[in-house]
Design a protein around this ligand. Sequence first.
Ligand SMILES: N[C@@H](CCC(=O)N[C@@H](CS)C(=O)NCC(=O)O)C(=O)O
Length: 210
Amino acid sequence: MSYHLIIGDKLHSSWSLRAALALDLAGASYTEELIKLNQPDTREQLLKHSPTAKVPLLKTEHGTIADSLAIAEYLVERFPSASLWPKDIAARAQARSACAQMHSGFFAMRGNMPFDLSRDAPLSPMPPEVKTEIERMLALWAECRAASNESGPFLFGEVSLADAFFAPIAVRLRTYQVELPAVDAAYVETIYQWPAFKVWQKAGLEEAGR
Ligand SMILES: N[C@@H](CCC(=O)N[C@@H](CS)C(=O)NCC(=O)O)C(=O)O
């Protein structure tokens, strides 16, 4: 079965990036269709595929799946041998919890630090609620590391869906030049060295004419 992923601009669509990384982790073969966001006809184009009018969308033999988290869980079912979540049940529970927190929260960071792969400038001034959320994010990442018994540079040791969900945060921390403790700076670098991320980043920067 081949899948068809509908995404927004790679430069700007953080939720699309999560789904693409999840597909890469699964080892799924898929085709890709990019709908430019913030255009006069964006909504019309998106509505052709889903009443959500949002990306990412994954077209499958089981219908069109809307929402990055639902896409991720579908891939977990379809590619059981890919171990998309950590193998240990406690780590897996914490990985799911962390992704759900990302999915339903961190609105100050998301709102004040729009995702832009080409950015290289601090957020100035940084609103206190953003600072608080960055601190909470780094604490959450520490909770992930503490819950893992695997070794490796990713949040739960070996790469997992958690890293797909937090890759856009790594991008925000780097592109907004947030000063980080060494362990978090190393994690951001790990994301930037992830081959699937590099492919996306290159395409995103090309969209920006870089
Ligand atoms: N909760 C959704 C969020 C999807 C979302 O907000 N996507 C944005 C792009 S990153 C979108 O499609 N916006 C529609 C628009 O800009 O017109 C998910 O996890 O997939």
